[in-house]
Design a binder for this molecule. Structure first.
Ligand SMILES: [Zn+2]
Length: 352
């Protein structure tokens, strides 16, 4: 149907004609809008595709991305800013987390040692003893060890613990090792570490014995009964029971419930919670490099930690750029294998 101007139409017809025109106009408008919208979307998609393809090129031309780069908007006050600390390659052989076992020799020397009994005298401690005044341990390890035994005494009223093994020179380790081979008629040992490869040479480890009151004769310590307290609580003081039956195939040392190793509170906590021996933990940390996801966890006291690995390179005296947090407490330890482990105490200000 079509109409021309001048055709005679009634008011009703005119009104109907207007209505049809309006409807047609609206229909056309809707079609236009839809077409326009589709066009815009098509162009936008095409543009986005071009941008996606170009992105890597753009990245390459910009300056290397700083790990501290801020996202859009206000800077996140909780975000840790990293700076660089120069650490010599040979430092991988020192620190709380050095792995010393049959594969990884201890290269130390110049340890800061204290006589356990002299320190006990100085501090008026009677909760435990040591074989004699020659029994020494790292100065930094004495206090957490003594506090742990004090707290055990508080808990149990037992004061029959004796430090039966502590720092050993390589010469002394050699004597023990040869004696063990002779006693057992073997040419290797899972009881005594090879000279140069014992944790006792680091000063980070000690052995418990019990002793008979009066005679002072040593009594076997097996970590059972009241003494199970140590397995449950030693991590709070930074210690792990280093050699367990379960991990013997990894550590190559048989079950030694009396042998404690200091690794520091954050690491002892993580190892205990996840049932890891030191060998396993060193591998876990290596899988959290600085450039990747850091190992993040919170201990029972609510302290948050961020731990990451930085591989070492170059000769002993070469410097390595180790990223460390600015203004936040941290520790660097070598792993005695291939690099450094940085431990960040999140939200704890650095006092140094
Ligand atoms: Zn031991």
């Amino acid at each position: 149907m079509f109409m021309r101007k001048g055709d005679h139409m009634s008011k009703k017809q005119i009104s109907k004609e207007k209505s049809i025109r309006r409807t047609r106009f609206l229909t056309e408008l809707v079609i236009c809008v839809v077409l326009l919208g589709t066009g815009v979307l098509f162009i936008k998609n095409a543009f986005d595709n071009v941008r996606t393809v170009k992105a890597p090129e753009e990245e390459q031309t910009t300056a290397p991305t700083e790990p501290t780069e801020m996202t859009t908007g206000a800077p996140d006050p909780d975000k840790i800013i990293f700076e660089t600390s120069n650490v010599k390659t040979k430092e991988i052989f020192t620190g709380d987390l050095i792995l010393v076992n049959n594969q990884h020799r201890y290269f130390g020397g110049g340890e800061d040692l204290v006589s356990i009994l002299e320190k006990n005298d100085e501090t008026g401690r009677t909760s435990f003893t040591a074989v004699d005044y020659d029994y020494k341990i790292l100065s930094a390890v004495y206090e957490p060890m003594a506090r742990m035994i004090d707290d055990f005494y508080e808990y149990s009223s037992l004061d029959d613990l004796m430090i039966y093994g502590s720092f050993r020179t390589t010469e002394f380790q050699q004597q023990l090792y040869e004696q063990d081979l002779q006693n057992n008629g073997t040419d290797s040992s899972t009881r005594v570490a090879k000279p140069g490869y014992s944790e006792h040479e680091t000063g980070y480890a000690f052995d418990f014995s019990r002793y008979e009151k009066g005679t002072g004769a040593p009594v076997d310590y097996d970590g059972t009964g009241e003494y199970e307290w140590f397995a449950e609580n030693c991590a709070k003081y930074g210690f792990v029971i280093r050699y367990t039956e379960e991990k013997e195939s990894i550590t190559e040392i048989q079950d030694e419930p009396w042998h404690f190793r200091y690794v520091g509170i954050p690491h002892a906590y993580y190892m205990m919670k996840n049932n890891l021996c030191l060998e396993e933990y060193i591998d876990v940390v290596r899988n959290h490099p600085y450039s990747g996801d850091h190992l993040k966890y919170t201990d029972d006291s609510g302290q948050e930690y961020e731990v990451y690995f930085v591989e070492a390179s170059g000769g002993a005296e070469d410097n390595n750029s180790v990223p460390v947090p600015a203004g936040v407490k941290y520790e660097i330890s070598g792993n005695n294998v291939d690099g450094f482990i940085v431990t960040v105490y999140v939200d704890v200000k650095n006092n140094s």
